[in-house]
Design a protein around this ligand. Structure first.
Ligand SMILES: [Zn+2]
Length: 271
């Protein structure tokens, strides 16, 4: 599943590829991807140009002249830029034809992704309950200590909680906990002052590193222009079941925590 670094990479790549391009046609092949009325979706977008590209948590926000297009990739969503004349592939469900002869294609093997047009005057209700952006100054020690006072969550749940920090998913939650040397089942409320400092530091550190590397690729994830697999080798714990820990050589364990397959080192991250 694309997490913050992958979504950020998609946003940056699309900005370079389609900024100021005008949408001349919209073809939808799987209606459930669109939230709201299909005809309104099409008519709102045709004639509009992509102006600004933003990200909030794992949401992509395309700002056009008179509205915004909000897109969430969920499990497997990705974008491709192709020529108009390229054959439509099986999993391409929404195709935007642009005025430069190119098409922006939304590809989703699982069909869980969502797109919605938001009129300019309206707020993004979808984004209302999202927690702080991890790379902003709002993620700091004070914020974390106040938040954990009121939660019963364990650490893995906390990091996956989008109303705490927006944009972290299963992969980076494991990577952050490994660097903090904190067990995924540790009760968040019991973090020490030093562990709170580490949480803030390593969250930013891990996510920045992944953005720099162009997003992680696991299984089918491809960023918009077919960039694949560059960061995978740098994962220190996720997907390393039974392999030796890079710090202590103990075998990495995989266990279900917070309903997600969770990888950790039982020695470095003891409870
Ligand atoms: Zn270890």
């Amino acid at each position: 599943m694309p997490e913050l670094p992958e979504v950020e990479t998609v946003v940056r790549t699309l900005k370079q590829a389609v900024k100021d391009c005008k949408i001349v046609q919209v073809d939808i092949y799987w209606n459930n991807i669109i939230v709201g009325d299909i005809q309104v979706f099409k008519s709102s977008l045709i004639g509009q140009s992509f102006r600004r590209f933003k990200r909030r948590g794992k949401y992509i926000i395309f700002e056009l002249d008179d509205c915004s297009l909000l897109s969430h990739l969920r499990m497997e969503g990705k974008y491709f830029i192709k020529d108009c004349t390229d054959k439509k592939e099986k999993h391409e469900h929404v195709i935007f034809t642009l005025d430069n002869g190119k098409t922006l294609r939304y590809h989703d093997t699982r069909k869980f992704g969502k797109m919605e047009v938001i009129p300019k005057s309206k707020d993004y209700v979808q984004l209302k309950n999202l927690g702080v952006e991890p790379l902003s100054h709002k993620l700091n020690e004070t914020y974390v200590s106040n938040y954990i006072k009121n939660t019963k969550q364990c650490m893995k749940q906390l990091l996956l909680d989008q109303s705490f920090i927006a944009g972290i998913g299963n992969i980076y939650a494991d990577e952050i906990l490994f660097r903090m040397k904190v067990h995924p089942k540790k009760i968040a409320k019991e973090l020490t002052p030093q562990e709170i400092i580490d949480l803030v530091y390593y969250t930013k550190h891990v996510l920045k590193g992944a953005i720099r590397a162009g997003g992680t690729t696991i299984r089918s994830y491809t960023s918009s222009l077919g960039i694949t697999g560059r960061f995978q080798l740098k994962l220190k714990v996720h997907m390393r079941k039974n392999e030796p820990c890079y710090l202590c050589k103990e075998k990495i364990v995989k266990e279900v925590v917070a309903q997600r397959g969770t990888y950790y080192c039982p020695r470095c991250q003891s409870l």
